[in-house]
Design a binder for this molecule. Structure first.
Ligand SMILES: Nc1ncnc2c1ncn2[C@@H]1O[C@H](COP(=O)(O)OP(=O)(O)O)[C@@H](O)[C@H]1O
Ligand SMILES: [Mg+2]
Length: 261
């Protein structure tokens, strides 16, 4: 197996080794003449909250799809949890995906299934990881309790508010105890108060499970609250990188544009 550790500097004081969970090197992706990713680089370390911020249509979803093998980059290198995505066959890709929680843009619950059935779905799909489960109810309840929605187990998605649907979707990703969670626009389409609740929930999950999180958003408030480090995706590259405080103080016009109210 490849060495997934790399040395990173911590200021000029010391240098520590942190495990690398995701590594993207120089990926490119075009759709005809539309050059979306033009050499994007990113590293996510274990236990870290990394926010990638980019304008609508800048290629955030394309990038995250390349990470889980839903899309193939034209060139470049993508590694998740020590596995190079392009070398995996379908079976190994499925195995890897059971360690990746993916909260899709929108909630993507199955409308014709109850909340419980929605949560049971990934358990059936990844039964190799979870082993034989006689009674799914305790696991479903535990996942729903984590998002404060144990009482919705037998409801249909149509009976839930937008914020509740988002929470159920999060519970569904937690059921497989992922090592890394990818959030694609977790607060989009939600009112400010519900957005705040979702952000708080993401933080508490991070604390409880010690997961590594990649959060993709164009929501500056979300980035401010949750990020330890940020990457700005502009013109298909990692245009700027730093903490929220560093980036929001930048005088580069393309960086400033993100933080102007
Ligand atoms: N399957 C596809 N076929 C053609 N163009 C696509 C496809 N997926 C995304 N795109 C284009 O790539 C660009 C980036 O899309 P996307 O990653 O969804 O943006 P966002 O940053 O808003 O998530 C857009 O111009 C979009 O039209
Ligand atoms: Mg998107």
């Amino acid at each position: 197996m490849r060495d997934t550790k790399e040395k990173i500097g911590m200021g000029n004081v010391t240098s520590v080794e942190r495990e690398v969970v995701i590594k993207i090197k120089d990926i490119r992706k075009s759709f005809g003449e539309n050059h979306v990713l033009n050499g994007f680089n990113m590293t996510l370390h274990k236990g870290e909250n990394l926010v990638v911020m980019g304008k609508s249509g800048s290629g955030k979803s394309v990038m995250i799809k390349c990470l889980v093998g839903l899309m193939t980059p034209d060139s470049g290198y993508v590694e998740v949890l020590g596995k190079e995505i392009s070398t995996l066959d379908q079976q190994h890709l499925d195995e890897l995906r059971s360690d990746i929680g993916f909260l899709f843009q929108g909630s993507a619950l199955y409308d014709s299934m109850t909340v419980r059935e929605n949560l049971e779905f990934p358990m059936r799909r990844h039964k190799d990881k979870l082993g034989v489960i006689d009674d799914t109810k305790p696991l479903v309840l535990e996942a729903l309790e984590n998002v404060g929605l144990a009482h919705t187990m037998d409801l249909m998605p149509a009976e839930l508010s937008g914020g509740m649907k988002r929470r159920v979707a999060l519970a569904r990703t937690l059921i497989l105890k992922p090592k890394v969670i990818l959030y694609d626009e977790p607060t989009s389409g939600l009112d400010p108060i519900t957005s705040k609740e979702i952000i708080e929930l993401m933080r508490s999950i991070q604390k409880k499970y010690g997961t590594s999180s990649l959060i993709i958003t164009h929501d500056v408030d979300c980035a401010r609250v949750i990020s330890e480090r940020m990457i700005l995706l502009v013109d298909g590259i990692n245009y700027a990188e730093g903490t929220y405080a560093e980036l929001s103080a930048s005088t580069d016009p393309k960086v400033e544009a993100f933080f102007k109210k």
